[in-house]
Write a protein that binds this ligand. Sequence first.
Ligand code: NDP
Length: 310
Amino acid sequence: MSDSKAQFADRIIDGKAFAEGLRARIGVAVSELNAAHGLAPSLAVVLVGEDPASQVYVRNKGRAAEAAGIAAADHRLDAATSQDELLALVAKLNDDPGVHGILVQLPLPDQIDPAAVIDAIDPAKDVDGFHVVNTGRLATGQMSGPNAALVPCTPLGCRMMLEDRLGDLSGLEAVVLGRSNIVGKPMAQLLTQASCTVTVAHSRTRDLAAVCRRADILIAAVGRPQMVQGDWIKPGATVIDVGINRVPRPTDDDPDKMGLVGDVEFDAAIAVAGAITPVPGGVGPMTIACLLANTVTAACRQNGLAAPVW
Ligand code: NDP
C-alpha cells in the first residue's frame, strides 16, 4: 500500500469490497428466483475477434456471472465475421427465451458498424444499456416498472457507490468530466435524477480546473492518465475515477512492465478529497457487478416479476 493510501485509508471508496457485497446479494436473488419461480437468469456474451483486452473482460464477466449463479454463454466469432453474420446471431439470441441478457463486446472489427449491432439487440435484453430505447428511457426518467431503462453498468456502479458513501445526493454540485455515451452522458443523467446540480465538462471546456473545483462530486471519465490534479479538487469532495489507463511502470527486473492508473493524480487528490475511488479496485469491479445486476433485472422483467432493488 502506498504511503498516501495508508495515511488516508478512511477516504478510499473500496469498489472491490462493495462489488463483492453486491455480487453476494445478486447470488441470493438468483437462488430465490430459482427456488420460487424456476427462473435461471442467463447472459450471452458475444466476442468478435481476438482483441486481448476484450478477451480478458469477457473471461472475467463469465467467471463473475457463474459465481453469482448466472448461466453465461460465450459466443466467440472469427475476426473476419461479417455484420450480417453477427446480426443473425443477435437475432437468434433475441428470439431465445432462455437468454435474458445480451452483451456484444466492443470494440468490433472495422467491417461491423457497432451502432447497427446495438440497435439490433432487443432493448429488454440490452444489459449494457446502450440501445437508444434504453438511453431514451434513462433520459426521460423512466426508471421503474416493466418498461424501465436498463442503465449502463459503469455509471450505475458509480451512483451506487456515491449513494452508499454520501446518502442523499440532492443539492450537491456534480461535475462529470467526459461526455461519452457509455459513461459521461448516462452518469450526468443519473446525477440529475438524484437532484444534483450537474455540469458536464469536456475537451472544449474553458478553465477545466476551476470547473472541477466547484464539484462536491467529481466524476473523471476522460481516459487521460492522471490529468486531474490535486489542486483541481474542492477540499472534502467525493472523487470517482472512472479512467483506466495503461502506463509504463518499469522495474529493474522488467523494463517493459506496464501498470494501471486512473484519470486522477491519486496521491495528491486523496490528500484533499473527502473520499476517492482507487484505480485499480474502484469503479472497474462495480462495472462487472452491475452487468450481473442488469441481467437479473432483465430476467425478472421478461418474466413479469418485479426486479430486485440493488
Ligand atoms: P471516450 O474517449 O469515449 O470519452 C472521453 C471524454 O473525455 C470525451 O467526452 C472527451 O471530450 C473528454 N476529454 C478527453 N480529453 C480531454 C481533455 N484533455 N480535457 C477535457 N476533456 C477531455 O472515453 P470513455 O467515456 O469511453 O472512457 C473514459 C475513461 O473511462 C477511459 O479511461 C476508459 O478506459 C474508462 N472506462 C472505464 C470503465 C470501468 O469499468 N472502470 C468502463 C468504461 C470506460 P470530447 O467529447 O470533447 O472529445
